[in-house]
Design a protein around this ligand. Structure first.
Ligand SMILES: *Cc1c(COP(=O)(O)O)cnc(C)c1O
Length: 222
């Protein structure tokens, strides 16, 4: 099933869109099955779970941290994480920089933008992001690179609302992408779209989708 699900999703997305297989809560055997079907990019939302899976699985997997981050745990993934999606505080960026430096790495990061109308979703406002990117302190962080933005739309079936939320993020992304790159900000990735809304997100300009249940089935949190 996992193989068929992956093939089905890949047939619906253009080549320039990266598929992140969101494997949170799923056993290593399921990830191995996706790996055997050719999948190499996996997303997890808990650092400890990602570390355990990293230890158990082939080393050519690219691990994306998509969850809300606790700064004190960044150190456990700093040696291998490929991309961190959910950064919503400047202090987290500083912590990632500090831990990346210890491993002599530059860690790619996405700033999470709050596009949903719900109160429950984390994220920075557009003006918070501009403040961060323009601050001299940000420029001094040599071991991180901001490569794009991530957004989560409201949990709704209202297509018009989803479309507006995605499109507002795309407009903001394009505006900043048009500015010259700096040493640690080179925008190329726009992470938006999940199982329920990835087609719309791609239509609105997403370059990276995070798909879990449509690949691995529903999650059981018990
Ligand atoms: C769980 C999760 C996903 C995947 O959700 P599905 O609806 O199962 O595709 C995507 N993004 C984030 C940030 C998640 O936490």
């Amino acid at each position: 099933m996992i193989k068929e699900n992956l093939e089905n999703i890949k047939s619906q997305i253009p080549d320039n869109v990266t598929l992140v297989a969101v494997s949170k809560t799923k056993p290593v055997a399921d990830l191995q099955e996706a790996y055997n079907a050719g999948q190499r990019v996996f997303g997890e939302n808990k650092i400890q779970e990602m570390v355990d899976k990293y230890d158990a699985l082939p080393k050519d997997i690219k691990w994306h941290m998509i969850g809300h981050l606790q700064s004190n745990k960044v150190k456990y993934m700093a040696h291998f994480v490929d991309l961190i999606h959910g950064i919503d505080k400047f202090s987290t960026l500083k912590e990632i920089n500090k831990q990346a430096k210890k491993h002599n790495r530059v860690i790619n990061c996405l700033l999470q933008v709050k596009i949903a109308k719900e109160d429950t979703k984390f994220g920075l406002s557009f003006s918070d992001i501009e403040e961060i990117l323009n601050s001299p302190e940000f420029t001094s962080l040599e071991n991180i690179k901001v490569v794009g933005f991530m957004g989560m739309a409201t949990f709704t079936n209202n297509q018009k609302q989803l479309q507006e939320e995605f499109s507002s993020l795309k407009t903001f992304f394009d505006k900043h992408k048009a500015l010259p790159d700096t040493a640690n900000c080179k925008l190329k990735t726009l992470s938006m779209g999940m199982s329920g809304d990835f087609k719309l997100a791609i239509k609105e300009g997403s370059t990276m989708i995070r798909v879990g249940s449509s690949i691995f089935g529903n999650r059981n949190y018990n």
